[in-house]
Ligand binder design. Sequence first.
Ligand code: UDP
Length: 253
Amino acid sequence: MARRKKIYEGKAKVLYEGPEPGTIVQYFKDDATAFNAEKKDVIEGKGVLNNRLSEYFMTGLGNVGVPTHFLKRLNMREQLVRSCEIIPLEVIVRNYAAGSMSKRLGIAEGTQLPRPIVEYCYKDDSLGDPLVTEEHIAAFGWASQQDMDDIIALALRVNDYLSGLMYGVGIRLVDFKIEIGRVFDGDFQRLVVADEISPDSCRLWDIESGQKLDKDVFRQDLGSLTDAYTEVARRLGVLPKQSHQPTKPTLIN
Ligand code: UDP
């Protein structure tokens, strides 16, 4: 079999050309990075968990009518997605203050916000993904006004879906980041949720104890990242209930 063509390698994933035109294979690595890749490690099993969790969230979103790039999971570490043109923005939705917002505005971590707040960062690692406003986005042509309306609507629908899902398993969705892609159907373009949705890109706190179940465990050296992600997967039923085996997740088909 011919070697697949690598299209792009990022911090946590590799993209390969897919088997059909217009498709891409997303491979989830075990690499974890934080603080713009100043902190790095390899966390055994993270890629397998994120592949399953992202499949779970994207499939659920599709089932409630939110378009995503997800087509199907191929194996433990790979999924087939529609190829799309990624809008160069990180779209962040916040329900509770945390992370950079707490630092920037001096709001205590965990403070509930009066309503979900949508923020945008310009995707550029060399600049540290700076926060930008809709004025920058319009002026530099990264997205049109119609795109922005669609992006906000998509982001808030993802927030409603994920918040409810997490609340049901005793987890608070503090904030998350999504990326949006354009797919082209003939002359028409539409926007879809792309990239991944996983504990790498969300803040997830246990409602009872406040325990962190997301990448902050790695950022802040709070313990085993695999155990935290396994706990999220187990509560959502992505892993069998009894199989909480630290650092060695057993996955069901
Ligand atoms: N986030 C992400 N990728 C980034 C930056 C942020 O997935 O490059 C996520 C992060 O995990 C959190 C949310 O976006 O769930 C808000 O992050 P924040 O702006 O507070 O930045 P941080 O404190 O993580 O640097």
